[in-house]
Design a protein around this ligand. Structure first.
Ligand code: CAA
Length: 714
């Protein structure tokens, strides 16, 4: 009963499609050189595939040609994979020998793949179908298909194990991370390494040296597979490694196993069957996210920003300010850290330096990077030098008047083009900016803690923020290698706003008799790294209370404060920073917490349990916590606060660690439940409990009534 109503995101692929796919053919020293030039990334569309096949066939017929080189005309990209925009659900299995790599492997003349840049998915599979491979040391080779919910379906599960062994091949597939050309050469996946300017000549030389009568196809190699005994061990280990929630992992393993035991040709057939049976909702969710992540920076009417941000002032050297400074320094941006007095400044600078020292010790960075980062860091207790900064981000205490006075100072001390950012998470940015003449340059730049680690940057625009400053914010996110989500000003912005009912619903369940550890387990099983109570310990219960108070102020009708949280705070069990919260030093405290739970239920006047504690399934708990979040996300859409619905999927995955294989908060509801079922489930919870957080909002109701997906934006 899965509803597959998820519609394509609003991203325009027309520019990918509109590019003419150019495959050129020339003969150089009796070698046919076939160059692929399908912008932007040489994704293999059906058209590019047939163009390559045509040229290979031409070369095979051309009596002047002894060998073939396949390379790219696009700098930085060999092939980024199959064209994802052409993916559609298969209605039947296909003949795997018609795939491009098998076609290339059938060539009577040797083909050398000359790789310089990204060589991913179907790109690497194509290269493995060639007779040999030459690559530049910094090329990136990998099979990231599992990240799209599918398996390498062009022979990757067969040829890669036969070229580098099962252990390494499965590692590449499961981690989805590309390796460098140099590493690929060490693994013998690549036959020869050379620099970019030598690529063609090296490939030609290699191609001419290959004797096809002695060549063994990648698909039939045996010499690099592990021994039978080793394989048994490897497979036993992999059986335990694959995540049952991500069926594509098991399917890739099945295909590899089939090939190793039954031979490459039968392996290809098994791979096709596994490909056909991939779990479609997971694939849909992950492919949706791929495009959603690339769409967030596309904001209408925002001009191109052609400058680089070279210098950032950070006001406040606490946890957030320090993290922001580190993020900038790690990406080559000069930082001026400002504090109110020398003591605080020294402490702030020390924390930043210690972070880099620890990175150096753990070999995450080298000495050169360490020196460069610290040379780019200066501290100050005045506004001296602020006149030349490109951007300033304030991260002072969450006190409105304090923030106002900081921005008043900044309006005097910064130049007229400086981006004036606030990292507030709870204060109305409109009110900070209201009476300043620089209000068009004031923007929310909301980092997530730890700011140098979390990949999301919320960019908040007030009614005054100019498009140029939005462009500058997008540029900053690019330089910091973060994914931006642009949100119009509202309390909680995107992530805190849509997730505020999550904690409320968890508290609500505890008051009705469900154990917090049971709730944490259900959410972990869903795919979150930690459940809501463990998360609360990590963040700090006092911080959680402050955030939820500001949410309560704005959205009181749907707020719910579990009694347990208050009891914990009263008992000074504030979480990891004091060693005691819902857990003690991260470990369950069954005994200690039992009395507190009882007390909380008493305080809540022992409301009628929804059902017996043992009757709650994981799915019940997950839905009670997450459906109100979907509902709030729909409200954000209803209020027109984001540019596209899928931005909230990206925000949930990157800001809250919502499991990416579920596609993001709205996509999850759409793909795995459907709008109608989401509406019905929420409505039933609302009828049963009378709690406003479950009352389906207008937008959700409209989607359900009109049989539209929640991503449709209506
Ligand atoms: N198909 C279609 N479009 C693709 C694409 C693909 N495989 N890879 C990238 N694009 C598009 C992007 O959507 C983007 O389009 P817009 O400009 O319209 O947003 C454009 O190409 C540029 O991509 P990025 O913005 O991601 O550029 P980047 O330089 O930051 O990253 C990259 C380049 C690392 C190659 C990244 O694009 C990427 O990871 N691509 C996907 C790689 C992948 O998953 N390959 C496997 C595909 S599935 C497959 O091959 C199945 C199989 O087994 C045969």
């Amino acid at each position: 009963n899965v509803d597959h109503k998820l519609e394509p995101t609003s991203i325009q692929h027309s520019d990918v499609k509109a590019q003419e796919e150019v495959v050129t053919y020339e003969v150089n020293k009796q070698v046919a050189v076939i160059r692929m030039g399908s912008k932007p990334v040489n994704a293999v569309s059906s058209h590019l595939k047939s163009s390559i096949e045509e040229k290979v066939s031409e070369a095979n017929k051309d009596t002047n040609v002894k060998a073939i080189v396949l390379m790219s005309a696009i700098p930085g990209f060999f092939i980024a994979g199959a064209d994802i925009t052409e993916f559609k659900p298969k209605t039947k299995t296909e003949d795997p020998t018609t795939r491009l790599p098998s076609r290339l492997e059938g060539s009577t003349k040797p083909i050398v793949a000359a790789i310089d840049g990204f060589c991913l998915g179907g790109g690497l599979e194509t290269a493995m179908g060639c007779t040999a491979r030459v690559a530049t040391p910094n090329s990136r080779l990998g099979l990231p298909e599992l990240n799209l919910g599918i398996i390498p379906g062009w022979g990757g599960t067969q040829r890669l194990p036969r070229l580098i062994g099962v252990k390494k091949a499965m590692e590449l597939m499961l981690t989805m991370k590309p390796i460098s050309g140099k590493e690929a050469h060490d693994l013998k996946l690549v036959d020869q390494l050379c620099e970019s300017n030598q690529l063609l000549s090296t490939a030609i030389q290699l191609a001419l040296s290959i004797d096809m009568s002695k060549n063994i196809k990648s698909l039939h190699r045996q010499d690099r597979l592990e021994s039978k005994a080793e394989l048994e061990q490897i497979f036993a280990h992999l059986e335990k490694m694959v995540d049952p929630r991500q069926p594509q992992q098991r399917q890739a393993l099945n295909a590899v196993k089939a090939g190793v035991t039954r031979g490459g040709d039968e392996g290809l057939v098994a791979e096709e069957e596994e490909s056909f049976n991939v779990h479609k909702p997971t694939a849909k969710a992950l492919q949706h996210l791929f495009f959603a992540e690339r769409a967030t920076s596309k904001i209408p009417n925002v001009p191109a920003y052609n400058k680089k941000i070279n210098s950032v002032g950070v006001i406040g050297g606490g946890t957030m300010g320090g993290g922001i400074a580190i993020a900038c320094l790690e990406n080559g941006i000069k930082v001026t850290l400002k504090e109110v007095n020398q003591k605080f400044l020294d402490a702030g600078l020390e924390r930043i330096k210690n972070t880099f020292k620890s990175k150096l010790e753990r070999k995450r960075i080298n000495q050169k990077q360490f020196d460069a980062a610290l040379n780019n860091l200066t501290g100050t207790i005045s506004y001296e030098g602020f006149q030349t900064l490109d951007c300033v981000i304030e991260a002072v205490l969450e006190i409105v008047d304090l923030k106002k006075s900081v921005f008043k100072d900044l309006s005097k001390h910064c130049n007229k083009e400086c981006i004036l950012g606030t990292n507030t998470s709870t204060i109305d940015i409109e009110s900070i900016a209201s009476d300043l003449d620089c209000r068009d340059r004031i923007i929310g730049l909301h980092f997530f803690s730890p700011a140098n680690v979390m990949p999301l940057l919320e960019i908040i625009r007030t009614s005054h923020t100019s498009n140029e400053i939005i462009a500058a914010g997008l540029q900053l996110s690019k330089q910091l290698r973060k994914t931006p989500v642009v949100v119009k000003n509202c309390v909680g912005f995107a992530v805190n706003r849509i997730f505020f009912p999550y904690g409320g619903a968890a508290g609500f369940l505890v008051d009705r008799g469900v154990h917090p550890y049971r709730i944490d387990k259900a959410l972990k099983n869903f795919g979150f790294g930690v459940g809501p109570f463990r998360m609360s310990d990590i963040v700090g219960l006092d911080v959680g209370v402050m955030t939820s108070n500001s949410m309560k102020g704005a959205y009181s009708d749907r707020a719910y404060d579990g009694q347990l949280k208050q009891i914990m705070v009263d008992q000074k069990r504030l979480g990891d920073k004091v060693g005691r919260g819902y857990y003690i030093k991260g470990k369950p405290d069954e005994e200690g917490i039992a009395d507190l739970i009882k007390a909380s239920q008493n305080r809540a006047n022992n409301p009628k349990p929804l059902k017996n504690q043992n009757e709650f399934t994981d799915a019940d708990i997950q839905e009670i916590l997450l459906l109100p979040v979907v509902n709030e996300a729909c409200r954000v859409v209803q209020e027109n606060l984001v540019y596209r619905v899928s931005d909230l999927d990206v925000a949930s995955v990157m800001g809250m660690n919502f499991p990416r294989f579920r596609g993001g908060i709205v996509a999850w509801a759409d793909v795995f439940l459907g709008a109608k079922k989401t509406f019905e489930k929420l409505d039933r919870l609302y009828q049963e409990t009378g709690m406003e957080m479950f009352k389906p909002c207008e937008y959700l109701k409209k989607c359900a009534d009109n049989n539209k997906s929640l991503e449709s934006g209506l």
